[in-house]
Design a protein around this ligand. Structure first.
Ligand code: PLP
Length: 407
């Protein structure tokens, strides 16, 4: 079985060499965005240095090269997700835009007053607000699956909330503020049994787990390139071809048309119907390189390594007096949210930053999760496969200093 060669992996990420306040940086904000390995940086720079040009528009050498690289990235993402075809891969600006695309195009065209949309209490705001906006406009009803104090969804409640009126389940695969891994495959099967479609928010899952959309049988799946070691401003919406075909375009403009007259415009075939205007060519090429990179490390190795880090981190943080972990699901990834008595998360974040440790503090765009636990904010250390147990020790040491300040 493949394992992580941590020295080699760390050499691949130039950003890890940065010092903060004269101390080696410990970067534990990977759920917000990940660092980029050298091949990604080189792929982006290579496009700008050697073949900058627009895609799908020119027959000159550079445009052909850029188009081949851009479409090559689509094929890589198709294989990465095991989609049936590359026309099922739509490039977007990120998870947020992918979800909005479904809400605007599918939601506004196919849903009507009284239809129910099911989400969960642990969704990121980007999987709440687009549905609320849709419900306001169309009179649909938003239903919410609760979770328990470990941060595990109540499957019983889910089954009760799933009714003949449910038209869409939009569910997070892995929670960004709790680390919980939801049983999405089982939920998809149950939702399909009731005739509902399912969108999976894989923003966090994509860097922790191999994803097979055919095995999951989800109807849509969204992720962001920047959380998969790729460039910011890139993202993917996977959708089953027959659904995407039936959906109207989201944005109108160049590249998404077949023909335009003032009387009538006809639209391009998939996937271009959903990619109006000049896309983020460099970013998508970088995303293709990110996919290659992650696969070269291997998800078996990533999962095994991260689970050990999670176990080590859970023990080490739990040993800090007074520290309470928020999110202790049996099935979880290396995301450690916590609170410390008498210390506000922002103060914790500032003080550990003085020690060179970057964590996230706040509500993590999941205000309902904070409400569930009765806290305004948490501190969150989100780890990936380039992090180490020594870095966790550095965080723990910094937290002990925080305790001294606040006790
Ligand atoms: N969904 C989850 C679970 C997330 O963690 C995030 C970002 O943190 C998003 C959606 C939104 O992603 P983006 O801001 O890249 O669109």
């Amino acid at each position: 079985m493949k394992t992580i060669d941590i020295r080699k992996v760390r050499r691949d990420f130039p950003n890890l060499r940065v010092k903060v306040h004269g101390k080696p940086l410990v970067y534990f904000d990977n759920a917000a965005t990940t660092f980029k390995p050298r091949p990604v940086i080189e792929a982006v720079a290579g496009y700008y240095q050697e073949y900058t040009s627009n895609v799908h528009r020119g027959i000159h050498e550079l445009s052909e090269k850029a188009t081949a690289a851009y479409e090559g990235a689509r094929d890589k993402v198709q294989q990465f997700l095991n989609a049936r075809g590359s026309k099922e891969i739509i490039f977007t600006r990120g998870t947020t835009e992918s979800i909005n695309l479904v809400a605007y195009s599918y939601g506004r065209h196919f849903l009507k007053s009284g239809d129910e949309i099911l989400i969960s209490e642990m969704e990121h705001h980007s999987n709440i607000v687009p549905w609320q906006m849709l419900c306001e406009e169309k009179g649909c009803v938003l239903k919410v699956i609760p979770f328990n104090d470990q941060g595990e969804l109540s499957y019983e409640e889910f089954e009760k909330l799933l009714t003949a009126k449910t038209r869409l389940l939009s569910i997070v695969y892995i929670s960004n503020s709790l680390g919980t891994v939801n049983p999405v495959k089982k939920m998809i099967k149950a939702a399909h049994g009731r005739g509902a479609l399912v969108l999976v928010d894989a923003a966090q899952a994509v860097s922790h787990r191999a994803i097979d959309v055919q095995d999951l049988d989800c109807d849509f799946l969204a992720f962001s390139g920047h959380k998969l070691f790729g460039p910011t401003g890139t993202g993917v919406l996977y959708g089953k071809a027959q659904l995407l075909d039936a959906m109207p375009p989201f944005h109108g403009g160049g590249d998404m048309i077949s023909s335009v007259t003032f009387q009538k415009t006809t639209y391009a075939a998939l996937p271009y119907k959903f990619e109006a205007g000049t896309p983020h060519v460099a970013g998508v090429i970088g995303l293709g390189a990110a996919v290659d990179y992650v696969l070269s490390v291997g998800f078996n190795a990533i999962e095994g390594y991260e689970q050990k880090l999670l176990e080590y981190g859970t023990k080490a943080l739990s040993a800090v007096p007074g520290l309470k972990l928020i999110g202790t699901a049996k099935e979880k990834v290396s995301i450690l949210s916590f609170v410390l008595p008498n210390a506000h998360a922002h103060d914790i974040g500032t003080l550990v930053n003085d020690e060179g440790v970057a964590i996230r503090t706040g509500h993590h765009c999941t205000q309902p999760v904070m409400k569930h636990f009765g806290v305004p904010a948490t501190s969150r250390a989100s780890l990936t496969f380039y992090n180490t147990a020594e870095e966790i020790d550095a965080l723990v040491k910094a937290l002990r200093k925080v305790r001294e300040v606040f006790s």
